[in-house]
Design a protein around this ligand. Structure first.
Ligand code: SF4
Length: 503
């Protein structure tokens, strides 16, 4: 009898050729709609047709469970389900051949102990489940400036990589502005309108940006050009028009947690940021840029660990240190164009040091030591009244970080910390847990504000009167310095007191 042997064969996508570019749409997803719209601008500038996946919805979790390992972490299930839903919709509209030939999906990957290194495996299960194994799915390396997919149709060149980096920076900065302003807007809806207008303006700038050189000349131009800064100055002029009332006393909540969950805005994390705002809080959203900064600095830390064994150690250290320095420099230039309203990126060395007694930085996977470092940094520097940490169901790295946080809380019992497990279908439980800590954070914000009024001898009426003579103080783009208080209203009252010569 003839026997056949079946071997596991890794998925290999069909090639994507240059000739196919003009009629093939690149699908991508995983970030906020703002980041994705901006990425679209960068891709279109390089001649690619592109389309972000629809925003994650609750149904994606159920669809994802049908196709992939039931033990997969919540972000993997959501994103795999989202891809499946998209492909099913496209198949209905354009038929099987249409989906296979007119679209392809690009995602990023990394190796590591968590499922992030295996996302594409889940996506492959989706293709198998849908009987679309001929559909093309390309995995790109997060840390490569230049790479290409089989067939040469998709080439990640320096100009495209830098376009994507600026898309990420722009998306982060607009999101930071959004969350800093919306809780204080005088006209409801003005911030959301401005976010849409700003994203469209920046999309146009990215789509029409000049391409200067291909290699080192491209790098120099992207680092030092005023093109991207000027676009943000235009955005700032738009935001100047929004009026805010910073005397609303609100607890400030810093969001930390797993990368996808913390940056996501939608059903995937119970829309927790919007929910917190509705409950009267101001949210500090996490920028995507911190993650890249973490990866760059980890290369530096690893190199330092191996100092005695590395050839040309100082040269390599200089090279990585320069990249890390330029990365921050560009981000800060862009922040400055928005009058430094968006938060700076945290110092990765400081995060590592703060987390050191609790979590070894070489334990990578998920957010690694950053989760602890960021919580402690916000607490010790009075940046937030409370930390809301989003932990995905089924995530091993996060389980370790949350475990380590128990010791942190033992050492800093005053730190308000709400670890929220996100399963995708238990929002009532998550909200009520968050609510408990938020109640205490509200009390602290109020107490803090009263302390400031007592310290400065000001009343709310005094501040209102001063505002009448200085209407610029009520502009969204007016920068209020940090006076060592977590709350916006407290720092604002301190600032007025300083302007009045009371402190
Ligand atoms: S960090 Fe956790 S939630 Fe995120 S991909 Fe890895 S295992 Fe999944």
């Amino acid at each position: 009898m003839e026997t056949k042997e079946f071997h596991y064969r890794a998925y290999r996508p069909r090639p994507f050729t240059k000739e196919e570019r003009s009629k093939t749409t690149i699908l991508f997803g995983g970030l906020t709609w703002k980041h994705e719209r901006l990425i679209q601008g960068s891709l279109e500038r390089m001649g690619y047709k592109s389309m972000p996946l629809p925003n994650i919805e609750r149904q994606d979790l159920d669809i994802g469970k049908e196709f992939i390992d039931v033990g997969a972490c919540c972000p993997t299930t959501f994103t795999a389900g989202n891809l499946a839903r998209t492909l099913m919709t496209l198949r209905e509209r354009e038929g099987e051949e249409g989906v296979k030939n007119n679209y392809l999906f690009v995602t990023i990957g990394a190796c590591g102990p968590c499922r992030f290194g295996q996302y594409h495996e889940s996506y492959e299960r989706v293709l198998e489940g849908l009987n679309l194994t001929d559909f093309r799915l390309f995995l790109l390396d997060l840390l490569q400036m230049e790479q290409s997919a089989p067939g040469g149709g998709l080439e990640i060149s320096m100009p495209l990589t830098f376009g994507l980096v600026y898309s990420m920076f722009y998306g982060d900065l607009i999101t930071d502005m959004e969350y800093a302003i919306r809780p204080y807007e005088v006209v409801e809806g003005s911030t959301d309108n401005m976010v849409r207008e700003s994203v469209e303006l920046l999309y146009e700038r990215l789509k029409n940006r000049p391409i200067k050189g291909k290699k080192i000349d491209s790098l120099i131009w992207h680092v030092f050009t005023g093109y991207f800064v000027d676009a943000l100055k235009e955005v700032r002029r738009l935001w100047d028009e929004i009026e805010v009332d910073r005397l609303r006393v609100k607890p400030k909540v810093k969001i930390t947690g797993e990368f996808w969950l913390q940056t996501h805005e939608g059903d995937g994390n119970y829309n927790i940021k919007r929910w917190l705002e509705k409950e009267g809080a101001e949210v500090i959203p996490p920028p995507v840029a911190v993650w890249m900064d973490y990866l760059i600095n980890m290369e530096l830390f690893k190199l330092e660990d191996a100092k005695g064994f590395v050839k040309k150690y100082y040269l390599k250290k200089l090279a990585i240190g320069t990249i890390a320095g330029l990365y921050k420099m560009v981000y800060n230039r862009l922040r400055k164009a928005l009058n430094n309203i968006p938060n700076p990126l945290p110092d990765q060395r400081k995060l590592k040091e703060l987390a050191r007694p609790y979590f070894h930085y070489r334990l990578t996977g998920g957010e690694g030591h950053m989760l602890i470092g960021k919580a402690l940094y916000a607490y010790l520097n009075r940046q937030a009244h409370m930390i809301c940490e989003l932990s995905p169901y089924g995530c091993l790295p996060n389980t370790m970080s949350v475990g380590a946080m128990a010791k942190v809380l033992g050492d800093y019992p005053d730190l308000l910390y709400a670890p929220i497990e996100i399963k995708g279908d238990a929002e009532v439980h998550a909200y009520s847990r968050c609510q408990m800590i938020l109640t205490e954070a509200k009390r602290r914000a109020k107490e803090e504000f009263e302390e400031v009024l007592e310290r400065t001898g000001l009343t709310v009426e005094d501040i209102r009167n001063f505002e009448e003579d200085h209407p610029e103080l009520r502009r969204a783009t007016y920068k209020v310095p940090h006076y060592g208080y977590a709350g916006t209203a407290s720092n604002y009252a301190m600032h007025i007191a300083k302007l009045m010569g009371r402190i």
